[in-house]
Design a protein around this ligand. Structure first.
Ligand code: PCA
Length: 325
């Protein structure tokens, strides 16, 4: 047994040595925007390790979490222009480029993980195509937790949201502020702790994990578990950088990407409840939305759905129809 193992290792080393001159070691950077211990970053680091292992370290991908290399809204362009070879973004940050990038933030369209997965599969071809037209190749997508409202007072109706200093992270969350008469301030997750500490914002909508990452309990008292939508992060590569790799390395990336997508969805779902428990353990009230608040939010959701359908046209309708099938 031991001998066989040694022999197998020796052969593997030999194969690696023979293959080495064919492609020198390649180093890639993968900027990401969320903290190193957030499940998204953990998954990216596991992905990079899988690629390194499968290629015998021929391709080494360094993950740069916490917006340390590029700020969240700059990552996509950095990868498209080849400043970085791969990257992870909250895809709805780019809804202005194509409504399809915002399909996962339509309120109350898909609010459970199986529904979010179904929506992802329905929208994937269109998203893949759009990314390809921008010089990017899609690798995988991973969800956040369902989105709820953080506040420091009771919210019984949407009228109670009037005048709030509302942190937004994309077009949709800004629009919600406008519709309820709050003041939207766009702040990415990396700057959220600072914004909370300085009182620039006093309410926002996000997942349990981002509330946990930004220690929301230090300034917030309530989390309304509205489960309004499940946004996703998408990981892609610069297509030219991918094309420059040899076939075995390309295959290793694609294989690791498929594994990362599956692992990412699993991790997200497993941890969603844990994050809400942490909010509670830190003395926050974790509550279902009161009926009137829920109804008000649903009305806003209808408005946002109509806005989206208008922007996305026939292509959008087709994807929604596939999703609803
Ligand atoms: N966290 C990110 C995006 C969605 C989420 O749950 C944020 O708040 O910026």
């Amino acid at each position: 047994m031991m001998f066989k193992l040694i022999k197998t290792c020796a052969i593997a080393a030999c194969v690696a040595a023979l293959a080495a001159p064919a492609m020198a070691q390649t180093k890639w950077n993968l900027p990401a925007a969320y903290p190193a211990d957030n499940p998204h970053s953990v998954n990216l680091i596991a992905f990079a390790k899988d690629v390194a292992d499968a290629t015998g370290n021929k391709l080494q991908i360094t993950v740069h979490p916490a917006a340390s290399l590029f700020k969240a809204p700059e990552i996509k362009r950095a990868v498209a222009t080849g400043q970085a070879q791969a990257g992870e973004v909250l895809i709805s940050l780019h809804e202005n480029e194509d409504p399809m990038f915002g399909i996962d933030v339509i309120p109350f369209l898909s609010t459970s993980y199986p529904a979010a997965k179904k929506l992802w599969l329905a929208s994937k071809p269109a998203i893949e195509k759009k990314l390809a037209s921008q010089g990017l190749m899609l690798l995988f997508a991973v969800p956040w937790g369902p989105q709820g409202i953080y506040a420091k007072k009771d919210l019984n109706t949407v009228e109670d949201m009037k005048g709030l200093k509302w942190r937004a992270y994309n077009v949709g969350t800004s629009r919600i502020a406008e519709l309820v008469g709050a003041q939207p301030v766009t702040i990415q997750a990396a700057e959220l702790p600072q914004a909370l500490a300085t009182g620039v914002v006093n309410a926002f909508m996000t997942s349990g994990s981002t509330g946990y990452d930004s220690k929301s309990w230090e300034t917030m008292t309530h989390f309304y578990d509205t489960q309004a939508w499940i946004p996703k992060n998408v990981t892609f590569v610069n297509k030219a950088a991918f094309d420059a790799l040899d076939k075995p390395t390309q295959d290793a990336i694609l294989k690791a990407a498929a594994v990362a997508e599956e692992r990412g969805w699993k991790l997200a779902e497993e941890k969603a409840k844990w994050y809400l428990e942490q909010l509670q353990a830190n003395k926050m009230k974790v509550l279902p939305p009161p009926a009137a608040l829920k109804t008000g939010l649903e009305k806003i959701g209808e408005q946002l759905t109509a806005d989206w359908l208008k922007k996305a046209g026939a292509d959008g309708e087709a994807v929604i129809a596939t999703y609803k099938k």
